[in-house]
Design a protein around this ligand. Sequence first.
Ligand code: PRP
Ligand code: URA
Length: 209
Amino acid sequence: MENVTIINHPLMSHKVALLRDKNTNTKQFRELVEEIATLLTYEAFKDIPTEEIMVETPLEVTPQQVIVDNCVAIIPILRAGLGMVNGVHTLFPTAKVGHIGMYRDEETCQPQEYYCKLPLHIEEKICIVLDPMLATGGSAIAAVDLLKAKGVKHIKCMHIIAAPEGIEALHKAHPDVQIYCATQDRQLNEHSYILPGLGDAGDRLFGTK
Ligand code: PRP
Ligand code: URA
């Protein structure tokens, strides 16, 4: 599928396997989510705009490519997306962060927005939406809708575990958005949880269950 990348790399598979394990504790879980987010960022920003600068080495002056200043904004979907922010900041330490608060209604699984605070001039940035879980796709679709309504043109979505249903729904709703997933799982269960999945990402990150 165009604009959908599922990472195929032993380092990623290894970390995702540890993340799924129900015996992985909160500290390990948090660290793994950060590390996986850094690996995903490396892949997702292959096409980031660069500009030429002149660099003086000890031997000569050479033209070199550097990333255009301040062109990325990090947009975690609360709560679980917060766990990925430090991993992206490892590679883009000065990127501004916008927060979108969204929870799934337990009965309907429909996303409910409860908070939104975005950096100034968001419409000029490449926005990277973070959420470890892409289940039905409802939360990611609503977050992208919201960013587009603010005028954002260039959006990427980064997920750790994605259900086929979620990938299809997000791609169908927003075919221009580039989707990066650490892994694609088998299916959703009757409660729209991902199988085999890792359970509730927010609860495992923050120790709330
Ligand atoms: C989880 C997850 C995603 C959403 C994915 O959040 O972090 O935001 O569900 O499901 P979807 O693709 O079907 O929308 P949840 O609603 O549990 O909120 P939380 O992060 O605050 O726990
Ligand atoms: N949200 C989660 O945290 N896990 C799932 O499997 C689905 C939605």
